[in-house]
Design a protein around this ligand. Structure first.
Ligand SMILES: C[S@@+](CC[C@H](N)C(=O)[O-])C[C@H]1O[C@@H](n2cnc3c(N)ncnc32)[C@H](O)[C@@H]1O
Length: 252
């Protein structure tokens, strides 16, 4: 009896030590990869860091940004626009609290950056026709923001705010040219309106990046597919977590 008890306690202790070991291993691995592991960085980016071309703010953001492929796709596109001398402003449709706008601005601070959002979440007329994940959304989703808060975060003079329902907020910008447009509005109506508005105003070589082109968001897929059928260039998939797609305007 005494022997069995001792065995039981010993086995219990072994299990505890093994579990503790596994937890410690993953903890050390996690801390190490956050602080030191650069394996996910493309060589061109590493070279840019070495040459002092990447700001400390951007490097910090890169480390904590959850979707590394999305981050580096943004970075490569912004670099390409610089190298090719593609003229025009940046824009984002679907800003929310300003995360991706902040990131893109850090990659090129010289561009005027137009920000389109209600800053109060979705409107019912856009939600009504939705299926998929967007059908579970209400006007409360993404409403926990405000233009005042985002203005504090995106306070550089390059940012131009266009608050309200898109595309009604594009008035006065008819002649603006865009080099890069990030579209992240989640729904069919604004995605369709965004493609129709921005594509004709995209500089040759300019790019539209549409987030969430995946089966969770059938409205986005439909808006992109319908639009793609009428333009002479392919829609290029990106291997980021939520499957962005890109449309690059041909050079004249
Ligand atoms: C997924 S969030 C954007 C996330 C953001 N890009 C980020 O970095 O966190 C979608 C945003 O699209 C905005 N939006 C959707 N439809 C809109 C419309 N028709 N007009 C203006 N804003 C719209 C919503 O208000 C919401 O803030």
């Amino acid at each position: 009896m005494k022997f069995i008890n001792t065995m039981q306690i010993t086995l219990y202790q072994i299990v505890q030590v093994v579990l503790l070991g596994i937890i410690l291993f993953y903890l050390i691995y996690y801390v190490y990869s956050v602080l030191f592991d650069k394996n996910y960085q493309p060589k061109a980016y590493r070279a840019a860091v070495k040459n002092g071309e990447v700001s400390d703010t951007l490097r910090k953001y890169e480390k904590k940004y959850p979707d590394k492929v999305r981050f580096f796709n943004f970075w490569f596109q912004v670099e390409r626009l610089k190298i090719d001398g593609v003229q025009g402003a940046f824009a984002e449709l679907g800003v929310y609290k300003g995360d991706s706008a902040f990131l893109l601005h850090q990659m090129d601070k010289s561009r005027i950056f137009h920000l389109f959002d209600t800053f109060e979440g979705f409107q019912s007329k856009d939600l009504k026709p939705e299926t998929g994940k967007a059908a579970t959304y209400t006007t409360s989703n993404f409403a926990d923001t405000s233009i005042e808060k985002v203005k504090k975060r995106l306070s550089d003079p390059e940012f131009v705010f266009h608050q309200g329902y898109f595309p009604e907020t594009t008035r006065g910008l008819e002649n603006e040219l865009f080099a890069l447009v990030s579209m992240d509005a989640d729904l069919y109506n604004p995605t369709k309106a965004g493609l129709e508005y921005f594509y004709p105003r995209l500089s040759p070589g300019g790019v539209i990046i549409v987030h969430d082109y995946n089966p969770d968001w059938p409205g986005i897929m439909k808006a992109v597919d319908d639009f793609a059928a009428g333009i002479p260039v392919p829609v290029v998939p990106v291997a980021d977590v939520d499957s962005s797609v890109m449309i690059v305007k041909p050079k004249e």
